[in-house]
Each structure stands twice: as C-alpha cells, then as structure tokens.
Unconditional design. Sequence first.
Length: 317
Amino acid sequence: MAQLNLYQVRVIDPVLTNVAQGYKQPDFVGGSLFPQVPVSLRAGKIITFGKEDFMLYNSARAPGENTKRIQFGYSGSNFALVDYSLEGAVPIEVYQEGNNGANGWSIDHMAMAIKKVSSIMALRLEKAQADLARTAGNYGSSNKVTLSGTSQWSDYSGTSNPISTIETAKEAIRAATGKRPNTMVMGAAVLAKLRAHPVIVDRLKYTGRDVATTEILASLFGVSQVLVGDAIYSNDAGTAFSDVWGKDVVLAYTETAALADMGTPTFGYTYNLNGYPIVEQPYFDRNAKSWFVPVTRAEAPVIAGAGAGYLITNAVA
C-alpha cells in the first residue's frame, strides 16, 4: 500500500486557506460597524459594557477602614457562530487547459474558485450585517428615527436638514455612551440625494470643492468616516437586484480593540472562529470529473451595545 504524502493527509490546505483568509471585497462596509473579533468557541457570551465608568463612587475611606470594592460584569446575551460552507467546482478540462502553459501563461483555477466562493460568502455576511444594523427593533426609542415626506433628505423644499438630523443622532449616542459616533454608513441612494441637497451644497462653498465626497461629508457631519454601501444582491432567479443597505443611514461608535479593552461602548462585533475561513483539501469527483474546493466560515455578527448606534430609516424617498 502506497504511503500517503503530506498533501494527501492534510484535512485543511494551508496554502489555499491563506488565499481565502486574505480575500476581501473592497466595496463592503459592514465590517466597519461590526469589526471581526476572533473567538475560540462557537458559542459564548457577547461582551458588553456596563455603566461603571459613569458612576460617581464614594471612594473616600477613613484610616483603617476597608477599601470599597466594585464589581465589573461584561457578559451579555448569548452568541452562537454559524458554519457556512460552499464548494467551488473546477472541471478537469478547465483545470488542464489553465495549467497547460502552451500559450506562455497559466491560470490558477483553484485560487479563482476560492476567490469566487469567498466573494459569494462575503456578500452573505455583508447582507447579514446590514440586516442587523437596519432592524429598528434592535435600537432603543431614543436611538432611531424614521423620516417621511418633507423630512426626508430627498425633499429639497427647504424643510429637511441632514446636518440637523445627524447632530440629533450624535447627541443620542453621546448621551447613552459618553462617546460620539466615529462611523457613518449609508446606502448608495442616500449619497446620491445628499450630494444635491441644498444644505450640503451651501456648505460646499466653504470647502472649495464642487462635489460632496465622502471625506467632505465626514467633515461636515463631524465623524471620522462616511462609508457608502454599494453592494447589491439579486433574487434567486437573478432577475431583480436590490441595495444591501437600502435607503437607510447608520451611525455608530465602533472600536476594533473593544474585546481586549473591556468597557469600551462599541456598537457591534463579528465574532469569527479562530483560523477561519478555512479551505479543506480539494478532492476529485470522478463522476463529475471535477475538482471541488470546500471553503468554510464560522461567524456571527452581533450588536454589543445598541446605545452606541443610531438608525435613520428611509433617509430618502
């Protein structure tokens, strides 16, 4: 019996896994609201923050008196990672042609399959993050608003004021967490209307620019970054497309180091199992005459501190 080589006995292919882990869609913005945090277990407690930093403790003590003690608790509701797996197919004919090299070039179809699958799975995560951030029920009554009619930013009659709406949102987050939001995510339709809004256009004259870029909007709104969700998704038939981020705006304070710095009032995380995504060893199916490359992710976006976020629903019509 022939002895198996190292490639054959590996369940996970480290080279191809590096391709999957290094792949990132440049147009996705959900990770800015829900930064990835590695965890070692598929289930546990969401790390949340308490009000300890805002309490005026009576820390005075008399000589010989015991020092007062305070308790810190950061465990919130439960989280459970979900495993997602897809296999990229590489027909043997395609694989052979791509690696022939007769024309002076070759194509790494294995890497291409991984990138294609990774793109599909990344879109699923972006949609899950957007759905979580755009669900009004995830916010307290003071941390959300639904615009309608003349209050929508697509109404240029002079009654809507994007800057005033954003200031209200910033103050709501500051009142709940002591932090002002540093991130603003909006749907592509919102950006299109904002650029032509009279209030924004009027402020542009002080910048020397003709078009309101995301950098200028960040300066006008007083946040570190304004991100636009350009991602779209289709129905199962592929005949209709919709914006992942719709016509909404989400403001949040997010802190990527929050898991280590317990107590930081960050809006959300994407819990990701250590070492994932992974690519298992490609296998050959003789009946299909194709190589199959399994890619697996284990993750779950969660809202850790709803008070650190603010949702503006239907910002434009």
